[in-house]
Design a protein around this ligand. Sequence first.
Ligand code: FAD
Ligand code: SF4
Length: 524
Amino acid sequence: MARTHTILRKHIAMKTLRLLLGDQLNPEHSWFKTVREDVVYVMAEMRQETDYAPHHIQKVVAFFAAMRHFAKERIADGHRVRYYELTDPENPQTLPELVKKMLGEEGCESFEYLLPDEYRLDQQLKTLCQDLEIPARSYDTEHFYTTRDALAVHFEGKKQLVMESFYRMMRKKHGILYKDGAPTGGTWNYDAQNRKKWKGSPAIPEVTQPHQEDLGPILRQIQESGIRTIGQIDLQNFHWTITTREARTLLAEFCERLLPYFGDYQDAMHTDEKNLFHSRLSFAMNCKLISPREVVETVETYYYNHPDTIHISQAEGFIRQILGWREYMRGIYWKEMPAYARGNFLENKNPLPAFYWTGQTQMNCLKQAITQSLEDAHAHHIQRLMITGNFALLTQVDPDAVDQWYLGIYPDAIEWVQLPNTRGMSQFADGGIVGTKPYISSANYIRKMSNYCETCAYNPDHKTGERACPFNALYWNFLDAKKEQLRANPRMGMMYRLLEKKDKSEMDALKERAAAIIANPDAF
Ligand code: FAD
Ligand code: SF4
């Protein structure tokens, strides 16, 4: 009698390793919709990430705190997560070593990762995947409105990549502040109404301190590891949102309390009110705890539901920053990298003044913006552009040095967004890809938009002489020094006509003073 054998074949699914980077903390990602036994996630606090630039201590703490929370939440949801803290002796500290170690230990037969937003990591992961002898696959982070190449496609065949054109396309495509074939309120852009000086009123409402938990253990690990950081930290006053829940609370409070005046005072600066009406959502968004879609749609809905308190210029002024500028900068980055990181159109070579690391200068605007950056790890857009960025450009600092400073000092600084803002918009090192002309100003603009000049050691009205505001001589000297590169720019025509009207003796005096400042900025 023939014996029949029943072969029971137990189906063993192929085990997969999934990598999550520190800025890929998107709890809504489709990866987390189902708990899979055949998937193990890996996250690690790595020296390769803490050491590629000197970061602000608050930035390192915020990232690690957000990562630890994210891992805990996923574990609580039932996912399997291997997490390496910074000081774990088993932590390989580099990405390739981490992935290889995990693949071996977990016996994984495939590797998956989310597309990184930085070119550096993108290259590293591609190289790693070529070395692996198992299948590897990348997935979208499901965070941005656009794909990496959407901007390049939008501007295909065009000479100029004008943000406004991209922004209008985004408004139409996503139906944001756009109804019945027209922009809400009848106008696309209310930038002209976003330039009020803040003079002590309206009062700036308090926003809840987002984070209460003890971050002492993380701070101690960073200190014990000897990581080189910059700036200060006060754990009793730590204001970075490190969970999605905190980010949503901040967004709700922003709509209720700050949005009514956000647009009006978007460009204002003040010694007593560092944050004014800004949202401080950039860190939470950049590590993907909250999506730009959620932020934009929440603000849009709030605007439609509160026509008596929110004017279109406030809502549009805010939405433009995210739906417009943020997505645009990302598109520029992916279109232009890696050459973009080397651009130095104006051939600037000077070192960054030492006071950028201490705040010790008599120039009050710089002192305020830099001290605030060191103490709070934050400065808003106009402080970054028209104070620290403006001075670096006028003193013709090497854009590599400027990039290093901006990349480290703010928790929201991740290269995809930092680089086009710094190298492009602020330093014009891209020769006009992001901005049609350099963002430079003399003391006039700073006095108009802030109260900094009122308590400054220098006089904003004076152009030469010991007490003359350094920005004045530097401004005219810059135009003169960069004539060859900028004179033909149609948007600079008026500035050059004014420059050409100056008589020689005035120009000589301005250039002499500028040369003294550039030679020793730390003496001013
Ligand atoms: P809000 O004023 O409340 O604006 C809301 C949101 O709009 C921000 O959270 C941010 O996500 C977005 N946004 C506003 N302006 C820009 C912009 N120009 N590009 C991209 N997104 C924008 N932003 C970063 O996120 N990371 C950076 O590394 C960075 N570096 C900068 C460097 C320079 C020289 C300059 C001029 C700007 C830089 N910015 C950067 C843009 C801007 O300064 C910050 O996004 C903003 O100050 C963050 O604070 P907030 O969340 O309170 O912004
Ligand atoms: Fe800055 Fe000049 Fe005004 Fe002083 S006077 S705060 S240096 S712009």
